[in-house]
Design a protein around this ligand. Structure first.
Ligand code: NAD
Length: 357
């Protein structure tokens, strides 16, 4: 296939010395968890995040506050609030902070909102990623890792997705924007030998999870005894990946330089919506009030990651069983939100109840 023809096995031995890592989107769900892990092992992080209002900004602000308070020493957490497309800001960061590793997690996420407002996806995802690759080349970055998405497989016929799959049929502007990032990443590798890897995450959930995504929504609705929407008959199945597994995969990719590679990061196992809702009820300890809705355009009925390549190249293996992940997430929700008024997105207002991301 295409990706095989242009790449050979290029992993070098893991480099686990001290790093200064630029984490874009570090106020968000995955970025803040990656930053926390890097800090915990002694690396320093430089975070850029515009803290947009795609979901409650208080969540993102408290993620940054948590990192800063946990690592108050000078130089551990450097935070810039701004747009990754802002050339002056970004150039200044590369000049003064000199990060040699880039973990690019900033993006507009969400499938359905991208159908309503495609231009913000083109801006943050395509222009933003190009801006970062341009500067990474200019300032001699050692390794650039960026978030792609399982949604690139959306238009594909198979149900068990490997990186070999043809992904030329993105079915939403979000998916197309991620595919565009993968193409541009190849270009930057080809032109400038930038070491760059794209990670196709499969529906990520866990503590600090996004309130616009099904795992958070289900736990939230069931906890509060509020009606929740189930799209389709419950037989649709998805590969849900617990956040610590994703962090592990991201960091493994940062630690090993590759020339140009794409990797699936998932659990490698599908769970049906029916089973998922059952486990939420069990671990929240309440019954769900379900409203069944028709399937949504852009949603795929089944996703399951083939994670063999990530295992072979990175030693990546998912460790958290689905039920354990739901148990931990429900517990986190309880301690975080029990007595607070949760600000949830009203349906149809940007935060669509999308299963995909
Ligand atoms: P998130 O929305 O919690 O985090 C993204 C962060 O990026 C936000 O804090 C946002 O403010 C910031 N951001 C967006 N555009 C920006 C810009 N132009 N400049 C600066 N900051 C900007 O989302 P997440 O779930 O943590 O996702 C992280 C990455 O993983 C994204 O690239 C997303 O597309 C990808 N992804 C996530 C999932 C998932 O299940 N969560 C699945 C597949 C791919």
């Amino acid at each position: 296939s295409n990706s095989k023809a242009v790449t050979e096995r290029t992993a070098v031995a893991p480099h686990v010395g001290y790093k200064k890592v630029l984490v874009t989107g570090g106020a968000g769900f995955i970025g803040s968890n990656v930053a926390e892990y890097l800090l915990s092992r002694g690396d320093d992080v430089v975070i850029v995040d515009e803290i947009n209002d795609y979901y409650d900004v208080n969540i993102k602000e408290s993620n940054i506050k948590l990192l800063q308070e946990s690592y108050p020493e000078e130089g551990r957490v450097t935070f810039y609030r701004g747009d990754i497309c802002d050339e002056e800001l970004m150039e200044n960061i590369f000049k003064t902070d000199q990060p040699k590793w880039v973990c690019h997690m900033a993006a507009r996420a969400g499938v359905r909102p991208s159908i309503q407002d495609p231009f913000v996806y083109i801006h943050s995802n395509i222009k933003g990623t190009t801006q970062l690759m341009e500067l990474s080349h200019k300032y001699g970055v050692e390794n650039f890792v960026f978030a792609s998405s399982s949604s690139v497989y959306g238009g594909s016929k198979s149900t068990f997705f490997s990186e070999e799959e043809n992904v030329d049929n993105p079915v939403s502007p979000y998916a197309a924007s991620k595919k565009a990032c993968e193409l541009l990443a190849y270009t930057y590798h080809h032109l400038y030998q930038l070491n760059i890897s794209g990670l196709r995450f499969f529906t990520v959930y866990g503590p600090r999870g996004r309130p616009d995504m099904a795992p958070f929504k289900f736990i939230d609705r069931v906890s509060r005894g509020v009606e929740m929407q189930q799209y389709g008959d419950g037989s649709s199945s998805r590969d849900y990946t617990y956040i610590s597994d994703i962090v592990d995969g991201v960091v493994r990719t940062i630690d090993r330089r590759h020339k140009y590679e794409l990797f699936n990061l998932g659990k490698g196992e599908g769970t049906s919506l029916k089973k998922f809702i059952g486990l939420v009820q069990k671990h929240v300890g309440k019954k769900a009030i379900i409203k069944v809705m028709p399937d949504q355009p852009g949603d795929v009925p089944y996703t399951c990651a083939d994670v063999n390549k990530a295992y072979e190249y990175l030693g990546y293996k998912s460790k958290i069983p689905f039920e354990e992940g739901i148990r931990r997430t429900a517990e986190w929700y309880k301690t975080t939100y029990e007595k607070k008024e949760v600000q949830v997105c009203s349906e149809g207002q940007g935060c669509a109840p999308s299963m995909a991301a």
